[in-house]
Ligand binder design. Structure first.
Ligand SMILES: Nc1ncnc2c1ncn2[C@@H]1O[C@H](COP(=O)(O)OP(=O)(O)OP(=O)(O)O)[C@@H](O)[C@H]1O
Ligand SMILES: Nc1ncnc2c1ncn2[C@@H]1O[C@H](COP(=O)(O)OP(=O)(O)OP(=O)(O)O)[C@@H](O)[C@H]1O
Ligand SMILES: [Mg+2]
Ligand SMILES: [Mg+2]
Lengths: 229, 229
């Protein structure tokens, strides 16, 4: 489903260049379920943003759904991304002025052909809100939600377009263990349907749900299995 | 140090009233080190915001440093808060336009008497940045930091005024276990100096560092010890 070859990502800050990724190569076959671990600052979110085609590498190649991403126009890339990928951001990126329901509906506005939102779509969003335990918070705005509730809106939103690939950046960081189990059950179910799930996490309990674990260190893939050892 | 008596916090949303706290009573003696656990949405951040005097209860009494908070003017309360309390927010609340160093310095601008920031102050901020592993990120702005790095800026900022009471809302949610241990060592050291630490956390590894644990459920104190059972 996704294939990263010798990826580098550098941030040029003038007096210093931060090398966030320094030559990462990794393959994600269709239906993969992998946990990416590693120290704070090791490059996990940077890698996930590149996998989500939200950013382009400084050097290296990214093959997504068979396409070499660097050969695509921004529009074409945008189209593929909206069709294929659901992204759960580390800092949620909710829209402050939108309600919970409106936030979950956001990806529906970007469908190919710009189909308007039907009542069937809205029911699907309500159902997703229910699955993450937010059925009674549909009209709340983000500032009226707890941290873990905001995180759950971000999770529901990532699933609304029925994505083939789910990229999750610390999806349970603000959730108690019982709620975490419910979220992992949802992801496990989606993986059993054949979807590819690539999850960044610091939590061993979450990493163990994946089929394999890899970990990063200083912008490089450093090993397989749980981190730390 | 702090004493909460039958605290209620209601949010009136017109068609519905959300009862975030429904009668919480708890005492925090000076030098206490307590972890507050509980489900997502159970009222932990709401309680912490009240303890931080960032919000006022709908009903009930809050005694802070000997003062009944409801009897104080906003200015007097502000003054006490800046002198006594360091707050680590669940969503960090960093200032996007400020660098790491400037963000850590923010509480120094609010000291009684509005003392200007001395070079000794700046060295203290640099030292705190070093303690949380951000010595090489002083000139970065928040969007140029990883999630865990942003969290660590929030931690350093909470400590800069040498507070007697530290309120920490999920202080390690975005940190790998090694970095988490380093942060908990800092907090443990501060508690040994006699400071009061009240920490909201979902992580058992973090809760165990505290001297006692309590947990909340549906806006009430529900029990003592680790959550879930
Ligand atoms: N401004 C508000 N208006 C309406 N409801 C609110 C508001 N702020 C919080 N709430 C509600 O109050 C309840 C408690 O919120 P709080 O943030 O204290 O939970 P929490 O225990 O910190 O949860 P988490 O572990 O997810 O951070 C939640 O159900 C939330 O939806
Ligand atoms: N826009 C930017 N400009 C400069 N440096 C950046 C920028 N974005 C990220 N970095 C740096 O790149 C490195 C990797 O960041 P990244 O967000 O990928 O880390 P991470 O592994 O996700 O960490 P965490 O576990 O704390 O979320 C960090 O050291 C960070 O400071
Ligand atoms: Mg990250
Ligand atoms: Mg909270």
């Amino acid at each position: 489903a996704a294939n990263v070859r010798d990826i580098h990502k550098y941030y040029d800050l003038g007096s210093v260049v931060v090398k966030a990724l320094r030559g990462v190569s990794i393959e994600f076959p269709k239906g993969d379920f992998v946990a990416i671990m590693g120290s704070s600052g090791s490059g996990k979110s940077t890698l996930l943003n590149l996998l989500g085609a939200l950013d382009r590498p400084t050097y290296g190649q990214y093959i997504l759904g068979g396409y070499d991403v660097s050969q695509l126009t921004d529009d074409h890339l945008s189209d593929i991304r909206n069709r294929l990928i659901g992204f759960i951001f580390q800092s949620y990126n909710l829209i402050a002025q939108y309600t919970v329901l409106e936030n979950i509906e956001v990806p529906l506005h970007y469908r190919p052909g710009h189909k308007p939102i039907s009542s069937r779509d809205t029911n699907r969003c309500i159902d997703l809100a229910q699955q993450v335990g937010l059925a009674d918070r549909l009209d709340h705005r983000p500032y009226q939600l707890s941290g873990g509730q905001q995180q759950r809106v971000a999770i529901a939103r990532a699933l609304v377009n029925d994505p083939e690939i789910i990229l999750a950046d610390e999806p349970t960081g603000n959730l108690d263990s019982k709620t975490e189990v419910e979220i992992m059950d949802i992801l496990r179910g989606l993986n059993r349907q054949g979807r590819t799930i690539i999850m960044v996490t610091h939590e061993t309990s979450v990493a163990r749900v994946a089929h394999r674990q890899v970990y990063m260190k200083d912008g490089l893939m450093a090993g397989e299995g749980l981190f730390p050892g």
